[in-house]
Design a protein around this ligand. Structure first.
Ligand code: FE
Length: 257
């Protein structure tokens, strides 16, 4: 079983966007997940760090490259278990961190064991900008209904990387995983089934594309599957997603006759 190292996707003037490594044995039992960490000045921001299934590995990945105490923010794209179920472990390890999640989900967090909501910052429906101590901005872009009712992507303005949560997720058959999309048309087959079933409807897809189209994006970094790197692949992905029929558009497909 292989192990894959963390590697930087962007690095400039004290600002770094790193994809954390993973272990092959994680795959198969549970949906494979990607985690990312942003370093800026003296702070670190962890993105969708996940639950118990990956906690020891993610903690080891982070500890290898950062002082856990420097994690000041933890961004959660939505409330799913593969995103947020490790929240109590992370808040106790990263004692100075604030967790950011859609305001819709804050009152559900006690069910994960979070009773002190002082360390939770609810993200309003229309999104918000998080300015780090370094002066760099991270923008929480609404991605509601894609797939969660309260859901956000996170755009790193300096790195030009859009962390897209479940949008752009790919589910690979065993042994087929690759890190970055090479041939977009070939890649679609690994995204199709997931998006058609999990995403709410084409109207939601179009609203999201309309917002992110104004951003200067070099890379879309999803929580599952492969990185979509380079302007051409980003453009192809947005065009595919904008035209996607999914969820309630094809509702009858999900009901037996
Ligand atoms: Fe999800």
């Amino acid at each position: 079983m292989g192990q894959f190292e963390s590697f930087p996707l962007f690095e400039q003037e004290g600002h770094r966007f790193v994809m954390l490594g993973w272990e092959e044995k994680e795959e198969g039992v549970a949906i494979q997940t990607n985690q990312y960490i942003i370093f800026s000045g003296d702070e670190a921001v962890l993105l969708d760090p996940g639950g118990a299934h990956v906690f020891p590995r993610v903690l080891a990945n982070v500890a290898e490259i950062a002082d856990i105490k420097k994690i000041r923010h933890i961004f959660y794209s939505h409330q799913d278990p593969d995103v947020v179920s490790g929240i109590t472990m992370w808040l106790s390890m990263a004692e100075k961190a604030t967790a950011h999640i859609s305001g819709l989900w804050v009152r559900f967090l006690p069910h994960f064991g979070v009773y002190d909501t002082k360390r939770i910052s609810p993200i309003p429906d229309k999104g918000q900008t998080l300015t780090l101590a370094s002066g760099k901005n991270l923008i929480a872009v609404p991605s509601h209904f894609l797939h969660s009712t309260g859901c956000f992507s996170l755009y790193d303005v300096s790195a030009k990387i859009l962390f897209s949560g479940d949008i752009g997720a790919a589910v690979f058959p065993a042994g087929k995983r690759y890190m970055s999309v090479n041939d977009f048309n070939e890649h679609v087959k690994y995204m199709q089934a997931f998006h058609r079933r999990y995403m709410a409807c084409n109207a939601a897809c179009r609203s999201w594309v309309r917002q992110v189209a104004s951003l200067d994006i070099e890379c879309i970094a999803p929580q599952h599957g492969a990185l979509i790197q380079g302007k051409e692949n980003v453009r192809k992905f947005l065009a595919w997603f904008e035209g996607l029929r999914c969820g309630t558009d094809i509702l009858e497909e999900f009901y037996a006759r």
